[in-house]
Ligand binder design. Structure first.
Ligand code: ADP
Ligand code: ARG
Length: 245
């Protein structure tokens, strides 16, 4: 038995921007629309069936860093999402970063963290701190890059990068301009137009590399939100930006 999602099977155009708030109708949307938290939870659970069927046995590489790694509540939520995904048959692989912890130590030692196009410039002094924080690991490789290459090498279905923004924003300062879904050509255009800048550049590039090597989709999602992984993987709309070939 292979259940097909009843809702809009239509493909989204290559670049779709939707305000994420639409997924959570507020009571002011009308009494017939208002859903109790229990109803909402049950619907999400029921909606997850086709995704469990689709992704069972598939490898999902998740890079985690930023707030999700710092806040104990978010840490616990990421780990519980991973356990749940594994219990229903997916094969999650976790790659962790260490940027904030490295910066904290550099600050204590009065060393200015230096970045070029979103990637850390690791001089000899910084390397000592990096080694200390990450325990012995001889090259400092950006964890997004590691996650992307690992996803490709493992033949993963998905690559998911948790970060501290909602996803790719068409307009960096407008949280309502989330790009829900796009493809390689779409993200290359966003980089060329300088709409994607700073730390988002290596993130997007490693998604592109992973997809070009066979990973089906790469998502950049908000690690500040509890259970963001489940929301992205197990719902039709997802939560952040999903990049396809
Ligand atoms: P992490 O620490 O999670 O690896 P980074 O801080 O290196 O992430 O990169 C994410 C940052 O990229 C965002 O916080 C944001 O400041 C910046 N950025 C640049 N362009 C965009 C964009 N178009 N959409 C979203 N974020 C962007
Ligand atoms: N859950 C589905 C998947 O993982 C759809 C996710 C859509 N996500 C998005 N950000 N548009 O394939």
């Amino acid at each position: 038995l292979n259940y097909t999602p009843h809702s809009s099977a239509k493909r989204l155009p290559s670049l779709t921007i939707r305000a994420s708030a639409a997924a959570f109708p507020s009571p002011s949307d009308g009494a017939s629309q208002a859903k109790s938290p229990e109803q909402f939870r049950v619907e999400i659970l029921s909606e997850s069936l086709p995704f469990i069927q689709r992704f069972r046995g598939k490898t999902i590489v998740v890079k985690y860093g930023g707030a999700a790694m710092k806040d104990p509540k978010l840490q616990a939520s990421v780990v519980s999402d991973l356990v749940l995904l594994s219990c229903v048959g997916l094969r999650p692989v976790l790659v962790h970063g260490g940027g904030p912890e490295i910066n904290r130590w550099l600050k204590q030692l009065n060393i200015e963290p230096l970045f070029h196009d979103g990637l850390r410039v690791t001089d000899a002094e910084t390397m000592e701190i990096v080694s200390m924080v990450l325990v012995g690991k001889s090259y400092n490789i950006n964890a997004d890059t590691v996650a992307g290459e690992l996803a490709a090498a493992l033949g993963a279905e998905k690559l998911i990068l948790l970060t501290d923004v909602a996803g790719i924003l068409e307009y960096r300062d407008d949280p309502n301009s989330l790009v829900k879904e796009t493809d390689i050509a779409g993200v290359k255009k966003l980089i060329a137009e300088k709409k994607v800048a700073g730390g988002m550049i290596p993130k997007v590039n490693c998604c592109v590399r992973a997809i070009e090597q066979g990973v089906s989709t790469a998502s950049i999602i908000d690690g500040r939100v509890q259970h963001s992984l489940l929301h992205e993987i197990m719902s039709e709309d997802g939560l952040g930006t999903m990049i396809t070939a």
